[in-house]
Design a protein around this ligand. Structure first.
Ligand code: ADP
Length: 514
């Protein structure tokens, strides 16, 4: 303690401003910009998603029409192969129907089935292979036009050449009652029935529906163009959510996520800010502490030296004066001891090395010892002292030295923070399985707003009256630590200008300690 501690600690710069600007510049502004861009972008993306959803639904309906067209072609080819090209060329429908029936097929399916221009049997029919090889005029004849009521497909002869056109038309009953229900039952890919398709006639009568639809709201519709399917309309909706709802849900979810991220970011920033603020506050308190402590060490040492030198040189006029000097030396060294004990304890606590030895302790004895240490000061400063120890208080399990240290700090504060009215009352009471030691003064008191803060390390009251008194801001934080180690607490009741009562609450036994 020979060197002045303040020279060893450099006052820290306030890092708050720098950190705040780093966070605002590096985190907050970029993420706000990103949020802004996302909020602009999300509705656009939602619009595009919606359009894509409608396009996909329309494509599904086109695929269904293609599938159905293929199915009618396959059916017609199957029939054509059975009937044979000569009879098809001949074109008489009753002959053809009879041939179909003989082969065990339904003869009542077509209203027309005949061949134009072919002169040889059909090659093995593959639906995908025919078109590219077809001569243009035949291909043109195959294009469905609103005028045609028949379907047409190329007739590829045994040499692989397109030599004619097979024309056919199915009866509506077959299309409605067999082809369409069969297709939706076996060939329509619809995993989990997520899509609902309705086939309806032009007049609105429902031909087929993959699942019932209460209202008539569908996403997309399609009038069928294939001649055999003409007069029918397809309509599609999704089972659970409409495209609009689905997209809105996605949009809301994404915006909510962006909001949530911003919120978390705000909370994070706030946390960092409050931590930095606390650290900055603590470092300011620490530097105050160093200044206070060095002052507190210097003053008593200077007094002790001055009075000791005066006594040594024999320059004391009377015996009374000499006694007074001895008292001053005694009091100041006591103050030094108390301060050094506090600092040592505090550094042990900070390093996690403070140990407590619990043993049965007589609380009354601790009170007498502390009062004994302060008797001189109490008497000299004219304090009115009251001590009230309830008889029959059993021993508590405590670290007597630490408990004495805690009480000493309270008594020391009661004396330090008293002004004109000098009164000190100590009381020991039992309360259930706890023992309470209270120290009451009629000093300056502690404002409500500070009653929690005064237990923080380095904290010293704001009032100017407090600053007239020397202190390190460690005493009460030590008291609180000691009481917590005992499984107890320190409580305060205080009115500014009237006085304070600090109470140590000590459990009789240390249940949680080994
Ligand atoms: P110090 O007394 O060294 O400042 P403490 O931790 O013992 O540190 O006390 C912290 C603060 O609590 C004091 O600065 C003072 O404002 C307030 N305080 C403590 N005891 C009393 C008391 N008996 N009366 C009024 N104020 C008190």
């Amino acid at each position: 303690m020979a060197s002045d501690p303040s020279t060893r600690v450099t006052a820290p710069h306030d890092p708050r401003g720098r950190l705040i600007s780093i966070f605002v510049g590096a985190v907050l502004l970029p993420s706000l910009a990103l949020s802004y861009v996302s909020i602009e972008f999300v509705p656009q993306l939602a619009k595009a998603n919606k359009e894509m959803g409608f396009r996909r639904a329309a494509n599904t309906l086109a695929d269904i029409e293609n599938d159905l067209a293929r199915a009618v072609q396959a059916k017609a080819m199957e029939a054509a192969q059975v009937v044979g090209w000569e009879r098809l060329l001949d074109g008489r429908q009753h002959v053809i129907a009879a041939a179909l029936q003989t082969a065990g097929l339904d003869g009542d399916v077509f209203h027309t089935l005949h061949l134009e221009g072919a002169s040889s049997p059909l090659r093995e029919w593959k639906p995908e292979a025919v078109r590219p090889q077809s001569p243009r005029d035949i291909l043109e004849g195959l294009e469905p036009t609103p005028a045609r009521t028949e379907d047409a497909m190329p007739w590829v002869d045994a040499a692989g050449k397109v030599s004619g056109v097979l024309r056919f038309g199915f009866k509506p009953a077959y299309i409605r009652d067999r082809l369409i229900p069969d297709y939706f039952a076996h060939d329509f890919p619809n995993p989990e029935q997520a899509i609902v398709v309705r086939v309806a006639a032009d007049d609105g009568a429902i031909v087929h529906e993959t699942a019932p639809t209460r209202d008539d709201t569908f996403e997309v519709q399609r009038a069928l163009e294939t001649p055999s399917l003409r007069g029918l309309r397809l309509a599609l909706r999704y089972r659970d959510l409409s495209i609009e709802q689905d997209v809105r849900r996605w949009e809301m979810g994404t915006l909510a996520l962006i909001g949530f991220i911003d919120l978390m970011l705000g909370a994070g920033l706030f946390l960092v800010y409050s931590n930095v603020r606390r650290e900055a506050h603590l470092s300011r308190l620490k530097s105050d502490f160093v200044a206070n402590v060095s002052h507190e060490l210097k003053t008593p040492l200077a007094l002790i030296r001055l009075f000791a030198e005066t006594l040594e040189l024999g320059r004391v006029p009377t015996e009374d004066k000499a006694r007074q000097y001895y008292r001053v030396i005694n009091k100041e060294s006591q103050r030094l001891t108390q301060l050094i004990n506090n600092i040592l304890d505090f550094s042990r606590i900070e390093a996690g090395r403070k140990e407590y030895r619990f043993a049965p302790t007589n609380v009354g004895r601790i009170v007498s010892e502390v009062l004994e240490a302060y008797r001189f000061q109490i008497e000299q400063q004219g304090f009115e002292l009251t001590v009230d120890v309830e008889p029959g208080i059993p021993d508590v399990e405590a670290d007597s030295e630490a408990l004495g240290q805690a009480l000493l700090n309270l008594v020391n504060n009661a004396i330090k923070y008293s002004r004109e009215t000098r009164s000190l009352a100590l009381a020991v009471r039992g309360a259930g399985d706890r023992v309470l030691i209270s120290v009451t003064d009629r000093g300056i008191g502690v404002p409500k707003a500070e009653q929690r803060k005064i237990f923080e390390k380095f904290y010293r009251g704001e009032a100017s009256l407090v600053h007239e008194t020397k202190g390190s801001g460690l005493g009460l934080s030590l008291v609180e630590h000691i009481m917590e180690a005992h499984g107890g607490a320190v409580e305060i009741e205080s009115t500014p200008g009237k006085g304070s009562t600090f109470t140590l609450v000590i459990p009789r036994t240390q249940k949680n300690k080994e």
